[in-house]
Write a protein that binds this ligand. Structure first.
Ligand code: PLP
Length: 374
């Protein structure tokens, strides 16, 4: 049997172990100076002097971003139906209603014209998802938001490391949320960050990540503990730990290496798929996009067959994601035909920074073998 080619995996090793040991030796594993340093390093990396607040997952980054913008029960948030359920859950966790929108068939990004049609007096925000790391119509999203006075909360869970308008992703935009979970472009084990220039929103999120305990962040960063404190708003236990931050700090240094490998692999797949008229990929510029996942769109049927064929050949694949409007909790009374069609066609191919050229070649050869079978 040939070796298993994994769909995704983290690239972690001696450097991360050393960073963890540094924290373990201090005897304090919670949130303190490592998180403070990670936030500072992320601010420097992203540029434009942005506020960065680190939390324990990308989902909690999104939840706190929605809450921090003052959105809750009775409000509506526009969101593409094809995204991980985390984006929907982050909205509904605040009491607000996620309004499922159509996606663009060639990019997978939110269909901004469809979103515009779903605006009501209750709409308070739009959450564009950087699906498969792309952010093609982000300008259009901001135009729509400006016209209707909406907050924009970008779900950038997939896209850390990319460039938008010659700046690092996160440098621009209203509120941008990243994920550092176990298989993302960089990892903290689990983790996430909210990035914004809105100091009021950032400070609300800083308190809300520590159960709403007022200014607890500042105290922890100076090695103190809040004993006599006040709480004025609902908070959550969502802060990042020093253990997680120590891994994240190491990973941030290694990002250029990870990004260029991910981009190379995606470009190889893109090039390969041009040979096959019934196989497509999303329209992405991998000079500025750092891909977290890579999708092949299998036209004219056969996606499930290709999936089982590759699995028989010991090549893992994925389905990112079932449209949320088809889930019981978020079922809509309306159809979203473009998203439903993509859902029938897409298959996620292996992509991570440890994938070798031989691995990519094997995936491509097996896809060609499958095409020739038909
Ligand atoms: C599009 C999207 N948004 C949000 C999240 C949530 O991130 P996390 O796993 O860090 O909670 C994910 C995770 O995979 C995701 O894919």
């Amino acid at each position: 049997m040939t070796d298993l080619i994994r769909l995704s995996r983290a690239q972690v090793g001696a450097d991360e172990l050393q960073a963890l040991a540094r924290v373990i030796e201090t005897g304090y594993l919670g949130m303190s100076v490592e998180v403070q340093s990670f936030e500072k390093e992320l601010t420097e990396y992203i540029g434009d002097n942005r506020q960065v607040v680190c939390v324990n997952t990308g989902t909690s980054a999104l939840h706190l971003a929605v809450q921090g913008c003052g959105i809750g029960a009775g409000d509506e948030v526009l969101i593409p139906t094809i995204t991980y359920v985390a984006s929907f859950q982050a909205v509904s966790a605040t009491g607000a209603t996620p309004i499922a929108c159509e996606v663009n068939s060639t990019t997978g990004f939110i269909d901004v014209d469809d979103a515009a049609k779903r605006i009501t007096p209750k709409t308070k925000a739009i959450m564009p998802v950087h699906y498969a790391s792309g952010f093609s119509d982000l300008d259009k999203v901001y135009d729509l938001a400006q016209k209707h006075n909406l907050r924009v909360i970008e779900d950038a869970a997939h896209s850390f490391g990319g460039f938008y308008k010659n700046k690092r992703l996160g440098a621009l935009g209203d509120v941008v949320c990243f994920s550092f979970d176990g298989i993302k472009n960089i990892t903290c084990g689990e983790g996430g960050a909210v990035v914004t220039s809105d100091l009021e929103v950032a400070n609300r999120i800083r308190d809300a990540r520590l159960l709403g305990v007022e200014r607890d962040t500042e105290k922890r960063f100076s090695g103190q503990r809040s004993w006599d404190f006040d709480v004025t708003e609902q908070g959550w236990r969502y802060h990042m730990s020093d253990l997680m931050a120590s891994i994240g700090r190491t990973q941030l240094k290694r990002l250029p290496e990870f990004s260029s490998r991910r981009q190379q692999v995606a470009k190889q797949y893109q090039q390969f798929l041009k040979q096959h008229p019934n196989l497509h990929c999303l329209d992405m510029d991998y000079d500025v996009v750092v891909p977290h996942i890579f999708l092949v769109l299998v036209k004219q049927g056969g996606r499930d067959h290709l999936k089982s064929y590759l699995e028989e050949k010991n090549i893992q694949t994925g389905l990112h994601y079932k449209p949320n409007h088809l889930l019981t909790l978020y079922k809509t009374t309306y159809a979203l035909p473009k998203a439903e069609q993509i859902y029938e066609e897409f298959l996620t191919l292996p992509l991570h920074s440890l994938l070798t050229d031989d691995d990519v070649k094997r995936v491509c050869e097996e896809i060609t073998n499958w095409v020739n079978l038909k």
